[in-house]
Design a protein around this ligand. Structure first.
Ligand code: GDP
Ligand code: IMO
Ligand code: MG
Length: 424
């Protein structure tokens, strides 16, 4: 399951619901820049790095495509243990070939953003971008290096040869090899019990016909290739990444479920054609409690953009849709859906790649009748007002994909199943 807008579509809630019938849950990209919320009765779990499967005690894997901040992981484990979850090596597996996020990545992320002025991306400041840079630059320290002092020494030298000039240029203090080595030596024994070649475990699961749920973080419009570059995250977030980021073949990916809000939000900078900076936008944000899970930042809000989602459906080969937060639209007299863009005299049915074009497109809307009834908490299709059904049908038509699930509150059980995603 992958996000098909700009993130925060409600992936945590839906992964948790789907995990009930899964055997394994795998994260395959991103890091602790993600924030996935699950509400179970009076308890709210917020996962950044841990796969949402841990809420159900399912085998949960952090695949090789994830970048892992070991300190953040340990903090998160401690936090959710306090909430009563069991996190043992039987439940949590960390891929041995995943790259690490280090304190120097966090420093670089913040220092660059602070200097970027109007060009800032609005990152989550977790160091995720710089960590991926080092991975692709072939100087990352990986999970498997943690317990290997000789390997670590050589790698730290190579890494600092790259980072020290950068740090000096940004006015950051020096990182000593001894200090970094000591920090890693301290954290290594706490992480090592969870470490395994995750691909082997997944191979066994595939062979044994187990149900594997791939949990996307971020979303298609934040994808480093297909998103609103450079206002994106630093990983591939599309469905195709599920295979590469966990070490299974593409056929193991199976059914592709995309998740979208019944409207649109974005946190951070970058183009957002259907953004509403007026009272209606405020109303969506207030009703939807649109504040970032990780950073607490206010999310920008706007109408449903069918052009973007249609593009996501194509890029990720989405076969079914989860439409979330329908209840947030309760009480709006009229709703709008973006069906195309205007760029000068041209009409476009897709978002162009150029940064200037992306910023310049203006939405073409169609209006659709809202509903005064309450959908919050609805658990069956029959409970939905006719106008809400019409809205969903119109979205399906415009994006070229069918809705499988609709969610109507943050609570685990408030979900309407139209088609069972496990039956395709
Ligand atoms: P994720 O990053 O995609 O997992 O989404 P987040 O957890 O960052 O943000 C989604 C927010 O919406 C969370 O606070 C959820 O509890 C909440 N949420 C999820 N589904 C629904 C829904 O159907 N209705 C309402 N009102 N809130 C929802
Ligand atoms: P979930 O999984 C929403 C955004 C940041 C910023 C850009 C780059 O909860 O949907 P980064 O820290 O990744 O370098 O920031 O990406 N971003 C998210 N926005 N939801 C997320 O995750 C996000 N993860 C990163 O706001 O615009
Ligand atoms: Mg989130």
């Amino acid at each position: 399951m992958i996000g098909a807008q700009w993130g925060d579509e409600g992936k945590g809630k839906v992964i948790d619901w789907l995990a009930d019938r899964a055997d394994v849950v795998v994260r395959f990209q991103g890091g602790n820049n993600a924030g996935h919320t699950i509400v179970v009765g009076k308890t709210t779990y917020k996962f950044s790095l841990l796969p949402s499967g841990v809420a159900q005690g399912k085998l949960s894997i952090l695949g090789n495509g994830v970048v892992i901040d070991p300190w953040a992981l340990l903090d998160e484990i401690a936090r959710v243990r306090k909430q009563g979850l069991t996190i043992t090596p039987e439940v949590l597996v960390v891929a041995d070939n995943a790259a690490l996020v280090l304190p120097l990545h966090r420093d670089l992320d913040s220092a660059r953003e602070a200097r970027a002025g109007a060009g800032k991306i609005g990152t989550t400041g977790r160091g995720v971008g710089p960590a991926y840079e080092d991975k692709v630059g072939r100087r990352a320290i990986r999970v498997c290096d943690l317990g290997d002092e000789a390997a670590l020494k050589a790698k730290i030298e190579r890494l600092l040869a790259h980072h020290e000039p950068l740090r000096r240029g940004l006015g950051l203090t020096e990182v000593t090899p001894e200090g970094l080595l000591a920090d890693l030596a301290d954290v290594a024994p706490k992480i090592e019990p969870f470490v395994q070649p995750a691909w082997r475990l997944l191979r066994k699961a595939v062979k044994g016909g187990r149900r594997i749920l791939f949990e996307g973080a971020q979303a298609t419009m934040l994808d480093v290739d297909h998103g609103t570059y450079p206002f994106v995250t630093s990983s591939n977030t599309v469905a195709g990444q599920a295979a590469a980021g966990s070490g299974v073949g593409p056929a193991a990916g199976g059914y592709v479920l995309g998740i979208v809000k019944a409207y649109t939000t974005r946190v951070g900078e970058g183009p957002f054609p259907s953004e509403l900076t007026d009272k209606t936008g405020e109303r969506l944000g207030t009703r939807g409690h649109e504040f970032g899970t990780v950073t607490g930042r206010k999310r920008r809000c706007g109408w449903f953009d069918a052009v973007l989602v249609r593009q996501s459906v194509a890029i990720s080969g989405i076969q079914g849709i989860v439409l979330t937060k329908l209840d947030v639209l309760d009480g709006f007299e009229t709703l709008k859906i973006c069906t195309g863009y205007k760029l000068g005299d041209e009409i476009l049915d897709y978002l162009p790649a150029g940064v200037r074009q992306q910023a310049a497109v203006t939405p073409i809307y169609e209006e659709i009748e809202g509903w005064s009834e309450i959908t919050r908490g609805a658990r069956s299709w029959r409970e939905l007002p006719a106008a809400a059904v019409k809205y969903i049908r119109r979205i399906e038509y415009l994006i070229g994909a069918q809705v499988s699930l609709v969610t109507t509150s943050p609570d685990r059980d408030d979900i309407i199943m139209i088609r069972d995603p496990y039956r395709g």
